[in-house]
Design a protein around this ligand. Structure first.
Ligand SMILES: *[C@@H]1O[C@H](CO)[C@@H](O)[C@H](O)[C@H]1NC(C)=O
Length: 239
């Protein structure tokens, strides 16, 4: 007898819930449509600009040349010196004593770049000026077995980008990968000197083993007699 009221109650609850679910769905769609409508008129397309790409045309020029409106990353004021560029991959070619350095542009107007190369504690040498599209340069005449500090500097009409600490002590102190304008560059020793070292170690090992062999045979000649007599002596003891 209690089952009927329960069933009726359940049916009432389910039917009262179903109409509530349906009106929610159109509301949701309505909200999404409202969200989409203000987005479409905006030029949400980013310009094909990569701050790390070599020979990258400045984004403002891309904007001017492009038939469709596109967005550029924000830049600092041209009345301020540029922010420091970020040094990227440094590829050392030990056999040629050269290295290829990559970097990424800062979010600032840049007129030119140059590299600074320092050997140990010596004052860093300034490289030739490079135009604002350049993101890669080759360093030549590097000495084998020497560690250098390389920095990339950006400049515009207002001045040049700053360098960390005095003489790049910051990146040298940490020893890890750097995210600033400077990095360390270690040229491995010449392959020839490695061959010399290998020959030296090999000769030393050969001399050592010869010495050990000679010593072993000398000992055998002196103390060889007891070894031969021992097997003969044991049967005598057993008998
Ligand atoms: C920048 O320098 C590179 C290499 O020297 C050259 O190919 C390029 O045309 C120059 N770009 C401008 C805008 O001067």
């Amino acid at each position: 007898m209690l089952g009927f009221p329960c069933l009726l109650w359940l049916l009432a609850v389910t039917f009262s819930l179903v109409p509530r679910v349906h009106p929610l769905a159109p509301e949701d769609f309505g909200e999404e449509e409202e969200d989409e409508t203000p987005r479409s008129p905006l030029p949400a397309v980013l310009c094909d600009y990569d701050r790390c790409r070599h020979l990258q045309v400045p984004c403002r020029e891309l904007q001017r040349a492009s038939p469709r409106a596109c967005l550029c990353p924000g830049l600092s004021s041209p009345l301020q010196p540029p922010s420091p560029p970020r040094l990227g991959e440094v590829h050392v070619v030990a056999e040629e004593g050269s290295a290829i350095v990559h970097w990424c542009a800062p979010s600032s107007p840049v007129h030119q770049y140059w590299l600074l190369l320092g050997e140990g504690s010596e004052a860093p040498q300034k490289g030739p000026p490079l135009n604002s599209t350049i993101r890669r340069a080759e360093l030549k005449g590097l000495k084998p077995g020497v560690a250098y500090v390389v920095c990339v500097v950006a400049a515009n009409a207002a001045g040049e980008s700053s360098l960390p600490g005095a003489g790049g002590e910051g990146p040298e102190g940490t020893g890890g990968p750097t995210f600033g304008p400077c990095g360390r560059l270690a040229v491995p020793p010449r392959p020839r000197s490695l061959v010399h070292a290998a020959v030296g170690v090999g000769t030393a090992l050969a001399l050592l083993s010869c010495g050990a062999l000679v010593w072993h045979f000398c000992l055998r000649q002196r103390c060889g007699c007891p070894r031969r007599t021992q097997p003969a002596a044991r049967p005598v003891e057993r008998l």
